[in-house]
Design a protein. Sequence first.
Length: 570
Amino acid sequence: MELQTQVWNKSWAKFVKSWITIVLGLHIQLYRATACPEECRCDRTFVYCNERSLTSVPLGIQEGYKTLYLHNNQINNAGFPVELHNVASVETVYLYGNQLDEFPLNLPKNVRVLHLQENNIQTISRAALAQLSKLEELHLDDNSISTVGVEEAAFREAVSLKLLFLTKNHLSSVPIGLPVDLKELRLDENRIAVIAEEAFKNVTELERLVLDGNLLTNEGIALGTFQDLVNLRELSMARNSLTFPPPNLPAEFLVKLNLQDNLMNEIPVTSFANLRQLEKLDISNNQLQSLTEGVFDGLFSLRQLTVRNNLWRCDCNIKWVIVWLKSLPGTLNVRGFMCQKPEKVRGMVIRELNMDLIQCPSSTAPVPRFTQPPTHLPPATSTKPAWVMSFSPPSDLPSPTPPPHLLPLPTLGSGDEHRTNPPQRDRDPLQISFHVVNDTCIQVSWMSAFSVTAFKVSWVKMDHSLTGDVVQEKMISGEHQRISLGKLEPKSTYRICVVPLDDSNNYHPGDDTICSEATTKSASFGSDNKATGPEQATQQDPSSPFLLAGLIGHKVASFLSLSKMLKYLE
């Protein structure tokens, strides 16, 4: 009997407990239903008071609600009751589309996300933000906030602020005194013309900074502006008036840089030198006509480069870009390299540009990049190099002084150690000679003083235009130094190049490339006859090799066809 009584008591206690829980739940729901302001609709943790033509926040909002929807009303700054500040459960407030002209007081004290966009807010006080110690995300877009309307260090009062959005306001400079834990800052579509050096002082946690659509010039950005932004990952400065990228960009973690729609007409070679983590770079819609060789050399992590809608001039200065584009790995996507000038190549994709279409006038021909150029020509004595002694230009051109890139190269001095191109190897130049066998065959021989794994021989028939013909290529083992080119056309001039394979098994056209032209005999000549007349102007006796070039400028590639007029300007 005693055991039955104990069992019954436990069951009764369990029943009472369940009944109390149900009644309490119903009481809480009834309380919330009766506590919901009559102007609003309440649902669980939400209070919907939006779009009701309210001029103030309704009274009677009780604990338990987390989100207040008060947007698209006519609430002004006088419409915030003091009791609202003490509702501790509210974390998100929507107040956009009202009639606020100041940052409001008496907001719920624990609010974390606050939407105040599309009002007419002009001033922000320190006192208003000091009330919101847990505020993490603040939206102030589409207001009338000016620089003078923000009390100095007002935003720093919001000690927990991580995201601050000030798009489409009237700011003329970056507000001084930003929260030290800020992660993202949007200041786009303002009137910012000046960024003071202390603007981002101590804002070391900032990861994303958007300054698009302002009035920024290079003169308006202090030299040390970005030095404290050591964790910045994304910087956007599109639609400003920059003439070149800002110096001293934050380098350690920056992965995205937007500089499109500016007035940039140059990019100093050191602009991106330290941006080793950068993955995306956009320099579209500027006024760039050319780029300095090596400007992208420090971008080891680059995955996307956008350069469209610039004034790219496809002349001699673009040659290195062609070589660079063709050497890129498949992981790098480059968009927008298209010729705008001169007219004959307008609209052509630079990557696919035939080198023969690029003219290099003597006044702008690229020369080897050395600190000290040759100070004098070799003396006219028997000590001249073989190529000077046997120099013989084509009959249809005057006999000029050999061009600079055929002169003996100077020795690099102590002042050249800082250059990016490696020192030239200490070896004799590669030599090449031709023997015109008959009207369809040319024998090519070469001599190399250094050991090579293989050679690439290319040849192309020249026509009377600058476009040339289809290039043919053949790989030759380094043990061989001769090849016969057959099935050629009679009385036709061929551009022939020999490219050695370097020690790393890579071809670098232009570094060690040797090129010249030879003309087949007329069809009327017998196969054993020697060519006479004008054809001999571009032929060399194999017993007296014609040295055409040694090491020429850094990464300038051309083993395609060139016209006779450009023969000595390559």
